[in-house]
Write a protein that binds this ligand. Structure first.
Ligand SMILES: CC(C)(COP(=O)(O)OP(=O)(O)OC[C@H]1O[C@@H](n2cnc3c(N)ncnc32)[C@H](O)[C@@H]1OP(=O)(O)O)[C@@H](O)C(=O)NCCC(=O)NCCS
Length: 200
């Protein structure tokens, strides 16, 4: 399968967004949402863009949405911080789709004068971290609880995730500082985690 048509997903296409998320298998859902989620959770989650403004870019293959990025304001209204999340279906992975989507997200964030993007992923999610690093993201390790609430802790430089204090690393939060001179222009965790909106 080749890389598809990457463009914004319209509100009228939210059923495609839902169906894409529903096609994610159990491990992918856990990677995407940082915990296991049911079909009914996804059905409610996929309607969130109707309540919270969300910029979704998608990769369409034969008119079917197979990969997305989600950009959402933290706190529910556009300010200087937003969060991003990504999901790409297995058949399309490893072809640069998420990297391309990251570029689009960064451009959309810049257009909204957002200066910080946060991306939460599991510490074991090396692919996502690899993509973030391509965009000169500063990676910050944080310890959290199973609920997904993050309790930031400052770690010594060079710390290895998972080895400090014997605590389990739950999330890796990536901070993309869009004002930083080294951040790339031009192209862009579990989104909805900090929007103030909870999916039951
Ligand atoms: C994470 C995810 C979005 C990546 O999508 P993708 O389209 O396959 O990503 P890309 O092809 O753009 O880039 C993957 C990069 O990871 C690299 N990679 C692959 N396996 C890797 C591994 N085990 N360790 C480190 N890097 C790895 C690839 O080489 C590639 O980097 P490169 O372009 O420098 O070669 C996709 O796997 C996914 O949807 N996972 C489930 C949901 C999820 O984890 N979302 C992220 C949290 S919100």
């Amino acid at each position: 399968m080749s890389i598809g048509n990457i463009r914004k997903v319209e509100t009228s296409e939210l059923d495609q967004f839902r169906d894409h998320l529903l096609r994610l298998d159990k491990p992918a859902r856990r990677s995407r949402f940082a915990h296991s989620v049911s079909d009914s959770y996804i059905e409610k989650y996929a309607a969130l863009p109707l309540e919270i403004e969300t910029v979704i870019h998608g990769c369409f293959v034969d008119d079917v949405l197979r990969g997305v990025s989600e950009l959402r304001p933290i706190g529910g209204a556009w300010g200087d911080m937003a969060e991003v999340a990504f999901s790409v279906e297995p058949e399309l992975q490893g072809k640069g789709v998420a990297t391309e989507l990251m570029g689009r997200v960064i451009q959309s964030a810049r257009n909204r004068c957002i200066t910080f993007l946060t991306l939460t992923c599991l510490a074991e999610n090396h692919k996502m971290q690899r993509i973030a690093k391509k965009f000169d993201a500063q990676l910050k390790f944080e310890y959290g609880e199973v609920t997904g609430q993050i309790l930031p802790q400052k770690l010594p430089a060079g710390s290895v995730a998972g080895k400090l204090h014997g605590e389990e690393v739950r999330h890796l939060t990536t901070i993309l500082d869009l004002d930083a001179p080294r951040s790339r222009a031009g192209g862009g965790g579990a989104a909805a985690g900090r929007t103030g909106k909870k999916v039951a």
